[in-house]
Design a protein around this ligand. Structure first.
Ligand code: F6P
Ligand code: MG
Length: 442
C-alpha cells in the first residue's frame, strides 16, 4: 500500500502554514529575549546572532542545511537528521517555508539546542522561564487536583471492585488527557494564559466530554485489567500542569495497586517549548513545596498540597515512580521505527504505554495526510503489531487525525467555520477536541 504524503509547510490548509509564518518566529523571538536577559557569559552574542540568523532563514525561505560534522560530534543524534534530510531532498529541496512540517519542527528544536551546546550553555533551558511562569499561573488547576486527590486518597487503597476502579481510572485518565490542553508552544499562536487556566477545572472537563471524538478507554481497560504484569509507562509531553496531572494519575495507579510501577519518559533537550525534561520533574517537586510559588494553596489547603508532594516524592524515592529519558524521543523519526531502537526493549516490559499529547500522536501516525476515517491500527504501521499496547491521549493541535466515523470531519469543518473561523479544517488544530485511541499491539 502506498502511503499518503506528509503535511508540508506551504499548504495553506495545514496548521503548518501559520506555524512557519507566525508561531515559530514568535518562539524564536521569545528565545532571543530570554537569552538577552540572561547574565553575561561567553558565547552570548554568538548565540544571539545565530538565533537572529534563524529568523532571517524563515523569512527568506532559505534551504535547510545539513548539520555539520562538528555539530554531529557534539550531538550524535543529528546524524539521523542528516540521513532524513537527504531522503526529503530527493522529493523536493527542503526549505523552511515549503518542507515537511514534522521533520522541520523536530529539526528546529535540535538546531536551537546545538547552538547552546556549541557555546557550552548546555544546562541552559531557553524555555525555562516560560515553563515556570505558566505553571505558576496554574494555581487554580493545581489546587483543584490536590483537593480531589486528598478527598480520595484514604479510600483508594481499599477500592477493590472492578467497576469502581474502572470509573476512577476513567476519571484520572480524563484529568491527564485535558492536562494536555496546556501546551506552551501554542501560546505563540492563538491561545492565551487565560484560556489555559480555563481548561484546567473539573467543570470544564465535564463539559468537554462530548468533544472526545474517539474514546477507546474501555478497550484499554479490558486489555490492562486482564494482564498479570502491572507496569505502566507514560511517554510524557509537557512539563508544568500537564506533568502535574500525569503525576496525579500515577498516584492513583500506585495507590490502588493498579500499577506496581509507573515509568515516565522525558526528553533530553528543550523540546517543543514545554516538554518535560528530568530536571522539570525536580523543579515541580520544589515548586509544590515552596509557599511563595503557590501562596493561596499554602494558605488555604496546606495539607492537600503537602500530601500530593510527599506522595510523589515517596514513590519516586522507593522506585515506584521512575523518571527516565532516551535520545530516541527527540529524533525526527516517527514511532513506527520504535522496534529498531534500544528503547523498544524497555517498552516491551510494559503492560500499557500511554502516549501523551499532540506531538506523540503525530509521531505515532507518521503525521501523514491520512483520510480521517483510516483505522488507528493502519496509521500505526509496523508499531501496530509490535506487541506494544499503545494508548494515546491527545488533544488535537495539528492536522492529522485518524479513526473518525464517516462524516464527522465534514461536520466539524462546517461547525468550526460557523464558530467564526475562516478555515474550517483548522478544527483539528484548535485544541478543543480530543481523541483517546488504543491499539493492543498484536
Ligand atoms: O500544533 C501546535 C503544536 O505546537 C504542534 O506543533 C505540536 O505538534 C504540538 O502543538 C505540541 O503539542 P503537544 O505539547 O500536545 O505535543
Ligand atoms: Mg509538548
Amino acid at each position: 500500500m502506498s502511503l499518503p504524503l506528509p503535511y508540508y509547510n506551504d499548504d495553506p490548509k495545514s496548521f503548518a502554514y501559520p506555524t512557519i509564518h507566525k508561531r515559530w518566529p514568535t518562539i524564536i523571538q521569545d528565545a532571543i529575549k530570554d537569552v538577552e536577559s540572561a547574565s553575561e557569559k561567553p558565547g552570548k552574542s554568538e548565540i544571539l546572532s545565530r538565533l537572529n540568523n534563524l529568523l532571517t532563514a524563515f523569512k527568506n525561505d532559505e534551504v535547510v542545511r545539513e548539520f555539520t560534522d562538528t555539530e554531529v560530534k557534539l550531538v550524535p543524534e543529528l546524524a539521523y537528521y542528516n540521513t532524513s534530510l537527504e531522503e526529503c531532498n530527493k522529493v523536493k529541496k527542503v526549505t523552511w517555508q515549503t518542507g515537511p512540517w514534522l521533520y522541520l519542527e523536530c529539526y528546529l528544536y535540535q538546531f536551537i539546542n546545538v547552538i547552546f551546546v556549541e557555546f557550552k550553555w548546555q544546562n541552559y533551558d531557553v524555555f525555562q522561564n516560560l515553563k515556570t511562569q505558566t505553571f505558576k499561573s496554574s494555581e487554580f488547576g493545581v489546587l483543584e487536583l490536590c483537593k480531589r486527590y486528598q478527598s480520595l486518597s484514604k479510600q483508594l487503597e481499599s477500592v477493590k471492585d472492578q467497576e469502581t476502579l474502572e470509573l476512577l481510572f476513567n476519571e484520572f485518565i480524563d484529568i491527564s488527557l485535558w492536562g494536555n490542553a496546556t501546551d506552551l508552544s501554542l501560546l505563540a499562536g492563538n491561545i492565551t494564559l487565560e484560556d489555559i487556566k480555563s481548561v484546567q477545572g473539573a467543570e470544564v472537563r465535564k463539559k468537554n466530554e462530548e468533544n472526545i471524538l474517539i474514546n477507546d478507554l474501555s478497550k484499554a481497560w479490558k486489555h490492562y485489567s486482564s494482564q498479570s504484569g502491572k507496569r505502566i509507562d507514560i511517554v510524557l509531553d509537557n512539563s508544568g500542569f500537564e506533568l502535574f496531572a500525569d503525576l496525579i494519575l500515577s498516584l492513583f495507579l500506585l495507590d490502588t495497586k493498579l500499577a506496581e510501577s509507573v515509568h515516565l519518559h522525558c526528553k533530553e533537550i528543550p523540546w517543543f517549548v514545554s516538554d518535560t525534561m528530568p530536571k522539570d520533574f525536580q523543579d515541580l517537586l520544589n515548586q509544590l513545596q515552596d509557599p511563595s510559588f503557590y501562596p493561596n494553596i499554602h494558605k488555604d489547603e496546606p495539607e492537600a498540597i503537602k500530601l500530593v508532594h510527599d506522595e510523589i516524592e515517596n514513590y519516586f524515592k522507593s522506585g515506584k515512580i521512575v523518571i527516565t529519558h532516551d535520545p530516541f524521543w527527540t529524533l525526527d523519526y516517527n514511532y513506527w521505527s520504535i522496534p529498531r531502537f534500544p528503547v523498544y526493549k524497555e517498552l516491551l516490559k510494559s503492560n500499557l504505554i500511554i502516549f501523551k499529547g499532540d506531538l506523540n500522536y503525530r509521531k505515532l501516525t507518521g503525521d501523514l495526510q491520512w483520510d480521517k476515517t483510516t483505522p488507528f491500527k493502519t496509521a500505526l504501521q509496523e508499531l501496530a503489531t509490535s506487541k506494544l499496547p499503545v494508548l494515546s491521549l491527545r488533544t488535537c493541535k495539528a492536522d492529522v487525525v485518524v479513526g473518525l466515523p464517516q462524516g464527522v470531519n465534514e461536520k466539524l469543518i462546517e461547525q468550526y467555520k460557523n464558530m467564526g473561523n475562516e478555515i474550517g479544517e483548522f478544527w483539528s488544530s484548535s485544541g478543543k477536541w480530543a481523541v483517546i485511541s488504543f491499539n493492543q499491539g498484536i
